[in-house]
Design a protein around this ligand. Structure first.
Ligand code: IMP
Length: 173
């Protein structure tokens, strides 16, 4: 069993999601938006963000290869579940739980850009700048965190802890 140390509270996450929605609405006005959630880690964020955004907001999901049971990225990114919808001409916002090495994000951006969206931006709740190996930045970032393994609010370790309403550092116990 690991030991959990709260890093970002439920209230902080809630405030952050409201700020995301305000910034996004400031940038896009009332234009329709397509949120693309990166499974599985983004499921809380995309749900909360979609409700804050209101308006004409649609949702789709994509799944890429993940860490599996490892705590570090292999750097190899494969599509496991593609989008159901055509994103051509749409305002697409990729919704990510965390940008770590940046491999997932840089790959996804490249892939989705080939499908000719009207615009393509990224919303990421967390970023670990010290862990970055690829040139990948999100336009909307919630919290920059130290290079520690975190769980909760969608983030897992071996599929556990996704249901925590806050973000915590997981240390070997
Ligand atoms: P990247 O491709 O290295 O940027 O990693 C992105 C993915 O790795 C995220 O979408 C998460 O699923 C996973 N990940 C990265 N860091 C953590 C962490 O600290 N806890 C849990 N999952 C993580």
């Amino acid at each position: 069993m690991g030991e959990l140390q709260v890093l970002i509270s439920q209230e902080q996450i809630h405030d952050c999601v409201r700020e995301f929605a305000l910034s996004i609405r400031k940038d896009y006005g009332e234009e329709p938006l397509l949120l693309v959630g990166v499974l599985k880690g983004s499921f809380h964020l995309i749900s909360d963000l979609a409700r804050e955004l209101g308006g004409e907001t649609t949702i789709d999901f994509i799944q890429v290869s993940s860490y599996g049971h490892e705590k570090s990225s292999s750097g190899i990114v494969q599509i496991r579940k593609d989008l159901d919808t055509n994103i051509e001409g749409k305002n697409v916002l990729i919704v990510e739980d965390i940008v770590d090495t940046g491999a997932t994000l840089s790959h996804l951006r490249e892939l989705l850009a080939t499908r000719k969206p009207k615009s393509l931006r990224v919303v990421a709740l967390l970023s670990k700048p010290q862990a970055r190996k690829m040139n990948a930045a999100a336009e909307y970032v919630g919290f920059e965190i130290p290079d520690e393994f975190v769980v909760g609010y969608g983030l897992d370790y071996a599929e556990r802890y996704r249901n925590l309403p806050y973000i915590a550092i997981l240390r070997e116990g």
